[in-house]
Design a protein. Sequence first.
Length: 109
Amino acid sequence: MPTSVAAEMAANTAILVRLERRFEEDYKERKEASKETELARKAVSDDLSKMQNSQDDILRRLDRIEPVTDLVTSWRGKLAGIMIVMGFIGALATFVIVFFKDFIVGWFQ
Protein backbone atom coordinates (compact mmCIF):
# COMPACT_ATOMS: atom_id res chain seq x y z
CA MET A 1 0.00 0.00 0.00
CA PRO A 2 2.69 2.56 0.77
CA THR A 3 4.21 1.95 -2.66
CA SER A 4 1.00 2.78 -4.47
CA VAL A 5 0.45 5.90 -2.32
CA ALA A 6 4.01 6.99 -3.05
CA ALA A 7 3.45 6.33 -6.75
CA GLU A 8 0.21 8.31 -6.67
CA MET A 9 1.96 11.17 -4.90
CA ALA A 10 4.74 11.13 -7.50
CA ALA A 11 2.21 11.09 -10.33
CA ASN A 12 0.22 13.93 -8.74
CA THR A 13 3.43 15.89 -8.17
CA ALA A 14 4.39 15.43 -11.83
CA ILE A 15 0.92 16.57 -12.89
CA LEU A 16 1.14 19.62 -10.63
CA VAL A 17 4.59 20.49 -11.99
CA ARG A 18 3.27 20.26 -15.57
CA LEU A 19 0.24 22.35 -14.65
CA GLU A 20 2.46 24.95 -13.00
CA ARG A 21 4.68 25.16 -16.11
CA ARG A 22 1.62 25.42 -18.33
CA PHE A 23 0.20 28.17 -16.11
CA GLU A 24 3.48 30.08 -16.31
CA GLU A 25 3.54 29.71 -20.11
CA ASP A 26 -0.07 30.85 -20.34
CA TYR A 27 0.68 33.82 -18.10
CA LYS A 28 3.62 34.87 -20.30
CA GLU A 29 1.54 34.47 -23.47
CA ARG A 30 -1.33 36.43 -21.94
CA LYS A 31 1.08 39.16 -20.86
CA GLU A 32 2.55 39.41 -24.39
CA ALA A 33 -0.93 39.38 -25.91
CA SER A 34 -1.94 42.09 -23.48
CA LYS A 35 1.01 44.24 -24.60
CA GLU A 36 0.09 43.71 -28.26
CA THR A 37 -3.54 44.51 -27.51
CA GLU A 38 -2.54 47.67 -25.69
CA LEU A 39 -0.37 48.77 -28.62
CA ALA A 40 -3.20 48.06 -31.06
CA ARG A 41 -5.65 49.92 -28.83
CA LYS A 42 -3.31 52.91 -28.69
CA ALA A 43 -2.88 52.89 -32.48
CA VAL A 44 -6.64 52.78 -32.99
CA SER A 45 -7.12 55.55 -30.46
CA ASP A 46 -4.54 57.71 -32.26
CA ASP A 47 -6.21 57.05 -35.60
CA LEU A 48 -9.60 57.97 -34.15
CA SER A 49 -8.15 61.20 -32.75
CA LYS A 50 -6.70 62.07 -36.16
CA MET A 51 -10.03 61.33 -37.82
CA GLN A 52 -11.84 63.53 -35.30
CA ASN A 53 -9.37 66.37 -35.91
CA SER A 54 -9.67 66.06 -39.68
CA GLN A 55 -13.48 65.99 -39.40
CA ASP A 56 -13.37 69.14 -37.29
CA ASP A 57 -11.14 70.77 -39.93
CA ILE A 58 -13.56 69.78 -42.68
CA LEU A 59 -16.50 71.20 -40.73
CA ARG A 60 -14.62 74.48 -40.17
CA ARG A 61 -13.87 74.72 -43.89
CA LEU A 62 -17.47 74.01 -44.78
CA ASP A 63 -18.58 76.76 -42.40
CA ARG A 64 -16.31 79.17 -44.27
CA ILE A 65 -17.49 77.95 -47.69
CA GLU A 66 -21.21 78.08 -46.92
CA PRO A 67 -21.57 81.90 -47.18
CA VAL A 68 -19.83 81.83 -50.56
CA THR A 69 -22.16 79.15 -51.90
CA ASP A 70 -25.15 81.08 -50.58
CA LEU A 71 -23.90 84.17 -52.41
CA VAL A 72 -23.36 82.25 -55.64
CA THR A 73 -26.80 80.70 -55.54
CA SER A 74 -28.55 83.98 -54.64
CA TRP A 75 -30.06 86.29 -57.26
CA ARG A 76 -27.58 88.99 -56.38
CA GLY A 77 -24.70 86.60 -57.02
CA LYS A 78 -26.19 85.44 -60.30
CA LEU A 79 -26.71 89.04 -61.39
CA ALA A 80 -23.10 89.87 -60.51
CA GLY A 81 -21.93 86.86 -62.51
CA ILE A 82 -23.98 87.90 -65.53
CA MET A 83 -22.54 91.40 -65.34
CA ILE A 84 -19.00 90.05 -65.20
CA VAL A 85 -19.61 87.82 -68.23
CA MET A 86 -21.24 90.69 -70.14
CA GLY A 87 -18.29 92.94 -69.31
CA PHE A 88 -15.86 90.30 -70.56
CA ILE A 89 -17.83 89.87 -73.80
CA GLY A 90 -17.96 93.65 -74.26
CA ALA A 91 -14.23 93.98 -73.70
CA LEU A 92 -13.58 91.19 -76.18
CA ALA A 93 -15.85 92.81 -78.78
CA THR A 94 -14.13 96.16 -78.27
CA PHE A 95 -10.74 94.52 -78.72
CA VAL A 96 -11.85 92.84 -81.96
CA ILE A 97 -13.27 96.10 -83.32
CA VAL A 98 -10.12 98.09 -82.46
CA PHE A 99 -7.75 95.40 -83.73
CA PHE A 100 -9.60 94.83 -87.01
CA LYS A 101 -10.67 98.48 -87.47
CA ASP A 102 -9.03 98.88 -90.87
CA PHE A 103 -10.56 95.63 -92.11
CA ILE A 104 -14.04 96.65 -90.92
CA VAL A 105 -13.76 100.18 -92.40
CA GLY A 106 -12.78 98.53 -95.72
CA TRP A 107 -16.20 96.86 -95.86
CA PHE A 108 -18.00 100.19 -95.81
CA GLN A 109 -15.92 101.91 -98.53
